[in-house]
Design a protein around this ligand. Structure first.
Ligand SMILES: C[S@@+](CC[C@H](N)C(=O)[O-])C[C@H]1O[C@@H](n2cnc3c(N)ncnc32)[C@H](O)[C@@H]1O
Length: 406
């Protein structure tokens, strides 16, 4: 047995002692005891607990790999996530403190990616155990919207109907205005018998839409999302912000950043999460790499009265960013890239002269890199909000307002 003291919380949520020794589900300052295997102490006994250690609120926390930070107080998680952002910025010489952190409540995640397998008795569905090929059933999951947690019997029914004993089914369940929107991958090929079974499951569980790979889409009601005044039907599995509360916080910050702009370019626009609400007050040009998402945005805009013009373009913004001439005439930009950030597009934005930029990011490291380019080009960071829509996980989302110095 070895005794170690945890020095810090790593980026994957493990406590780290000198060595480094990685100790799961521990906190800085804690003294822990256990066997060390390689660079890990997989089964620590807590000798001296941290005052920030809490009893996991969810009864599945010990076995489920869905959450990494159920043993940590909200206060500590907030402080830790704010610190991740501050450190990422400091690495580029940017001394900025986020002005606040807005954490989504429990039971608000609007999407879950469940795994399901057939068993001798029927099927089991849930999340993977951490680092293991084992499914943990999570009927009382406190992370996801209750309608999603209640859908596990439906996921099991899909596994019984549509997978072999050896395969594992991936089932993405999303809440929508029309009910649950379900997208399945990893299942059997659809034949007439499976098609009938899937139709019966969609009926029995009152699904809005059930898609099976690219082979089958059963739509009983439109699985719409509300973006401002507009209702949009996203393609199956398309990106959505993680919680309605997180989305509202991001939109409110983006709206603050663009201020009274009348011509806004929305880069990495998705299905219109920001573009369509912003179109209540300004003309918007939305650009995004996925053509189906652009079509969904356009269809939502066309059937919504009272919005300003929303134009759109499908474009790979990594390979072919909008250049300075494309960006001419806009008085605000919104940019919300994937984890890799937006190096090429930011280089063009930096030269554009657009007076205000709202930058949303799910990766503080690439955000800080891209923010530095804007700052070097004469922008200042007015504020940064951390929007914690990834409660109990190590993910960090943020939004920042930039203004071009006069
Ligand atoms: C973080 S999401 C943001 C979407 C949208 N702003 C929202 O809030 O719903 C990033 C978006 O970038 C798109 N994307 C990923 N790589 C891209 C690329 N190379 N060019 C253009 N869009 C890309 C994705 O399809 C996705 O919709």
């Amino acid at each position: 047995m070895t005794i170690v003291t945890i020095e810090r919380l790593g980026h994957h949520g493990d406590g780290i002692a000198a060595g480094p020794i990685y100790v799961p589900r521990t906190l800085p300052g804690e003294v822990v005891e256990g066997e060390i295997t390689g660079d890990a102490m997989p089964l620590p006994r807590i000798v001296t607990p941290s005052p920030d250690r809490v009893k996991a609120p969810c009864r599945h926390a010990a076995s489920c790999g869905g959450c990494q930070l159920q043993h940590v107080s909200d206060r500590f998680v907030a402080y830790w996530k704010l610190g991740i952002v501050t450190h990422a910025l400091a690495a580029h010489g940017l001394e900025v403190q986020p002005r606040r952190i807005l954490t989504s409540p429990p039971s608000t995640r609007r999407r879950a990616g469940f795994s399901a397998r057939r068993t001798k008795k029927g099927a089991m569905a849930g999340f993977h155990k951490r680092g293991a090929d084992v499914i943990v059933e999570v009927p009382d999951c406190l992370l996801v919207d209750p309608a999603i947690a209640a859908a596990l019997p439906m996921v099991e029914a899909l596994a019984i109907a549509g997978t072999s004993r050896k395969a594992e089914l991936s089932v993405m369940v999303t809440t929508s205005l029309g009910g649950l929107d379900v997208a399945v991958s990893g299942g059997k090929e659809v034949d007439p018998q499976l098609q009938m079974q899937l139709a019966a499951i969609a009926e029995k569980f009152d699904l809005a839409r059930l898609t099976w790979e690219a082979d089958l889409a059963l739509t009983r009601r439109m699985p719409e999302q509300q973006f401002g005044l507009a209702r949009v039907t996203p393609p199956a599995g398309a990106f959505l912000q993680a919680t309605p509360e997180g989305e509202a916080a991001l939109l409110s910050a983006v709206t603050e950043a663009v201020g009274s702009a009348s011509r806004i370019v929305d880069l990495f626009a998705g299905c219109g999460t920001f573009a369509l609400p912003l179109a209540q007050a300004a003309a918007v040009h939305a650009v995004e790499g996925d053509a189906a998402m652009m079509q969904a945005l356009d269809a939502g805009w066309r059937k919504t009265p009272l919005l300003h013009a929303v134009t759109h373009a499908t474009r790979d913004l990594f390979r072919a960013p909008l250049d300075v001439s494309d960006l001419k005439g806009f008085d605000a930009a919104v940019i919300d890239p994937p984890r890799a950030g937006a190096q090429a597009q930011i280089a063009e934005l930096a030269k554009s002269g657009i007076p205000v930029i709202a930058h949303v990011s799910c990766n503080p490291v690439t955000f800080a890199r891209d923010a530095k380019v804007l700052v070097d080009a004469g922008y200042r960071i007015d504020w940064i909000d951390v929007v914690d829509q990834f409660r109990w996980s190590t993910h960090v989302e943020l939004v920042a307002g930039f203004t071009l110095n006069a």
